[in-house]
Ligand binder design. Sequence first.
Ligand code: ASP
Length: 298
Amino acid sequence: MTAIQSKRNLLSMKQLSNEQIYHLIHLADRLKDPANVLSYSGLFAANLFLEPSTRTKTSFHIAERKLGFDVVELDGVDSSLTKGESLYDTLKTLESIGVDLAVVRQSEVGGLSACTEELEMPLINAGDGCGEHPTQSLLDLYTIHEHFHSFRGLHICIAGDLKHSRVARSNAYALRQLGARISFVSKPDWQDPTMTKDYITMDEAVETCDVLMLLRIQHERHTNHGGTGSYLKEYGLTVEREARMMNHSIILHPAPVNRGVEIDVRLVECEKSKIFRQMTNGVTMRMAIIHALMKGEL
Ligand code: ASP
């Protein structure tokens, strides 16, 4: 943990106090107005994505460009990581040639924390295997706060492939710290004892939760590739279940969505769904995170 808590990095939700989370939420609100956006013109941001990504990578790119950074994009195929260069040496190289901030997605849980000590530039964890996904969590928190203006006392149900979900891990930690009541729905194979031993059914969840946070089945992290035939009926959000949700409740999903598996295809863009709003908020929240790190506020 000492490395995680060191200067100007965002590696885990465990490093953030509630005050820092609220600071980022309010900063993101302010940055919605282009007049409040500071320019980092002349600085370089590098996005090093060694696992696939659509939303996180693109929204970081747009957030960085909106803040005036020049952006360098690297992946596992085109970089010297394929020649055996370590993650640390790759990042040290980027810093040495003038990169001022690096956003990294890679598969080793906690893999970035070993690189922080010797690097001056801020590092952002954009997802580390089944570990954490702090920027997704912050944009989820921002979306919940935008709707409810608070976290305390909200019942939030996280449903799906908990064991392999970095999104669930980051959100469960942060939401508990913020005073929300969390419950979980999961198929026995994908339950995670580090989050809870008590699970509820999807039928209980839909009738009692303020926020239903669905997760994608992480097929790429499974060794046993079973079918998903009955998943929607047993564990997913069907049209019939959605009709039993409370009027004020909302649906979140970090995406990509397996339409017809975690959620009925007709519900992905229903009134309660904030799935595309989460993506829009992801750009603003990532601008706030970068700004706060560059200013030494985290
Ligand atoms: N986009 C999220 C992540 O990178 C969720 C997912 O892939 O299911 O973890």
